[in-house]
Design a protein around this ligand. Structure first.
Ligand code: 2U9
Length: 357
């Protein structure tokens, strides 16, 4: 009995983990364990021996049981101590700075509209922001006496003293990009030209720099019907509504003939703009069939080719889509304005992306 006791108590004291403890428990107290077997032998003993042996076995069983429990608790404490030692956290470390800033709504909208027009086969064309007066004006059938050419409408660059050539300008629209694209590539062509443009304008609804996207589609039999479909598709996709209704109003631009301003059906219920329904109309862009003189200026034969062009202000459609009523939100590029006016895209995880707020 003493040998048994010594063996198990020593074994328990030296057990490395709970699995070893469990093995010892089974070996001693399990159904086929040594103590259990000895208990079973009691039945064949003479009564006096049986009583003393039985009592001693019970005491031993209780001792082993108690030792097992104590060791199990000790092992648990040791494991906790080890975790506390290895898994500590220095709560006094300074926090990781969060990056401020996110994608600007104008950039976001440029990406959106580029994707929509790309689906309709339009490539993106780019060009310089400082342009010659040929590309910005003459090629677009804008005559020298046109008001856009006046000093107080356009930013003119200075020429070196003695240089009498006409001055370059900050482009007043992205149309010169399309003149360049047509000149280089010829017809047929299908491009959009998004980018910055500059006009001498500064009030509540105008800033001297703003963003435009213009589109151009030239082929042998492009018509205004194609223009209408492209613009409807664009508006449906851009404003994320199931259907839109567009209204064409006759207008005049030097570079298109005929020309039309385009309105979209909307409602302003409760100060909330809803595109695609209601009794209101909102002007969103200008358009028309490219003037034959403009095609000719870009080296495209107007007796063989024809097509449409359109132009719209990106800042404006971004404000409409995201319900931002104040230009300062864009012009100062200040997140506080965007938040103040509830630029919804700030809460979109794909937009905020890795740039956490
Ligand atoms: C080429 C030929 C024709 C582009 C066009 C408009 C009508 C238009 C305004 C919308 C609001 C400018 O940003 S805005 O102030 N644009 O109304 N733009 S047709 O016509 C072109 C372009 C390129 C070669």
């Amino acid at each position: 009995m003493d040998a048994l006791k010594g063996k198990y108590l020593e074994g328990i004291a030296g057990a490395a983990d709970e699995a070893a403890l469990e093995d010892l428990r089974l070996a001693a107290l399990g159904k086929k364990g040594e103590i259990s077997l000895k208990m079973r032998e009691l039945g064949g003993m003479d009564p006096v021996l049986r009583q003393s042996t039985g009592a001693a076995l019970n005491v031993l069983k209780d001792e082993i049981d108690a030792a097992l429990r104590a060791k199990k608790a000790a092992l648990g404490d040791a494991a906790l101590d080890e975790r506390l030692r290895s898994e500590w956290l220095d709560v006094t470390l300074p926090g990781r700075p969060r990056r401020q800033g996110t994608i600007h709504p104008v950039s976001q909208v440029m990406a959106e509209l580029t994707a929509i027009f790309a689906d309709m086969g339009f490539a993106v064309a780019e060009g310089p922001q400082v342009e010659s007066d040929w590309y910005n004006f003459d090629a677009l059938n804008i005559p020298p006496e046109h008001p856009a050419r006046q000093e107080h409408d356009t930013f003119f660059m200075n020429r070196a003293e003695g240089d009498s050539r006409p001055p370059h300008v900050l482009r007043t629209h992205t149309s010169p990009v399309q003149i360049r694209a047509m000149t280089e590539q010829g017809a047929p062509i299908r491009v959009i030209a998004p980018g910055r443009v500059y006009r001498m304008d500064m009030d509540q609804t105008h800033t001297p720099m703003f963003h435009q996207v213009e589109g151009l589609a030239i082929d042998r039999d492009i018509s205004m019907a194609n223009l209408k479909w492209v613009l409807e598709e664009f508006c449906r996709a851009f404003f994320e509504v199931p259907s839109v209704e567009l209204r064409f109003r006759a207008s005049h631009f030097p570079f298109t003939e005929p020309s039309a301003e385009v309105d979209i059906r909307c409602s302003w219920e409760g100060g909330q703009l809803k595109i695609g329904e209601g009794d209101g109309w909102l002007e969103i862009l200008g358009s028309g069939m490219v003037h034959p003189k403009v095609l000719a200026a870009a080296g495209v034969d107007p007796t063989e080719w024809q097509g449409f062009a359109f132009g719209m202000g990106i800042d404006r459609i971004a404000m409409l889509k995201y319900g931002i009523p104040d230009l300062r939100a864009f012009f100062e590029s200040d997140l506080r304005w965007l938040r103040h006016y509830g630029f919804a895209a700030l809460d979109m995880p794909d937009l905020a992306g890795g740039l956490s707020r």
